[in-house]
Design a protein around this ligand. Structure first.
Ligand SMILES: *[C@@H]1O[C@H](CO)[C@@H](O)[C@H](O)[C@H]1NC(C)=O
Ligand SMILES: *[C@@H]1O[C@H](CO)[C@@H](O)[C@H](O)[C@H]1NC(C)=O
Ligand SMILES: *[C@@H]1O[C@H](CO)[C@@H](O)[C@H](O)[C@H]1NC(C)=O
Ligand SMILES: *[C@@H]1O[C@H](CO)[C@@H](O)[C@H](O)[C@H]1NC(C)=O
Ligand SMILES: *[C@@H]1O[C@H](CO)[C@@H](O)[C@H](O)[C@H]1NC(C)=O
Length: 186
């Protein structure tokens, strides 16, 4: 199972299953990473809680994207292993394990497996939430923004931050999807 991007690949898989075109986002962007990000402090478990996308998704597609659990394991050399476990709409558990390394653009963590995907940490307090931009090196109009929480809930304040970030990328509020909970994988 090659090519993952911190859970996004799973979302992409699920979106594909819903027959929704991928990589067709239409927004120009200019992203900056959180200043003084210390990636090693983001170590551990994160829940994928909400997705911001410019794509028009049907209610059914939205229902198909479930919460997933991600384990973030930074290495001493600055690379990060990202392991995501999620459950498909058919109830099948899937696990994706990918290592990301900093590329030439220092804020970008590029997938080591040759996929064009990368992530940038836009904001995090390490203890409660993380807002991640996921981009495509080959098409800057192809992106998603994801909200992660250490638990499955975030405060209203955090959600407002996420909405603000999404809005700054031109994603309208109605395209913020609160993911439904999935059955845990055993
Ligand atoms: C991105 O934003 C920075 C800071 O606001 C600005 O200096 C830079 O020119 C922008 N780059 C592009 C490509 O818009
Ligand atoms: C980053 O955080 C780790 C603890 O998780 C700490 O050991 C390290 O010194 C920090 N690095 C910097 C540059 O502050
Ligand atoms: C950092 O170490 C990990 C684990 O050994 C490895 O997979 C990754 O490629 C290394 N990153 C770089 C930039 O060498
Ligand atoms: C995922 O990658 C980590 C770090 O390389 C490794 O320790 C772990 O065993 C891998 N898990 C699977 C299921 O491949
Ligand atoms: C980094 O830049 C160098 C020189 O411009 C280039 O040869 C190399 O392929 C680049 N690496 C990545 C990962 O983009």
């Amino acid at each position: 199972m090659g090519g993952g991007m911190w859970g996004i690949r799973m979302a992409v898989v699920l979106l594909s299953m819903g027959q929704v075109p991928i990589c067709t986002f239409q927004v120009q962007n200019n992203i900056t990473s959180m200043p003084e990000l210390n990636i090693s402090q983001a170590k551990g478990h994160w829940n994928f809680i909400s997705l911001a996308t410019n794509e028009k998704l049907s209610e059914e597609d939205k229902q198909d994207i479930k919460m997933s659990l991600t384990v973030f394991s930074p290495f001493a050399n600055g690379s990060v292993n990202v392991q995501t476990t999620t459950v498909s709409s058919e109830g099948v558990c899937m696990e994706i394990n990918t290592t990301y390394s900093k590329g030439n653009i220092s804020e970008q963590y590029r997938s080591n497996d040759g996929s064009p995907c990368y992530f940038i940490v836009i904001d995090t307090d390490y203890k409660n939430y993380g807002i991640i931009y996921i981009g495509n090196i080959e098409n800057k109009n192809d992106f998603q923004i994801k909200l992660y929480g250490r638990t499955k809930v975030v405060t209203e304040e955090v959600f407002k931050k996420f909405k603000k970030v999404a809005k700054s990328f031109g994603v309208p509020g109605k395209n913020l999807i609160m993911l439904s909970r999935s059955e845990p994988c055993s």
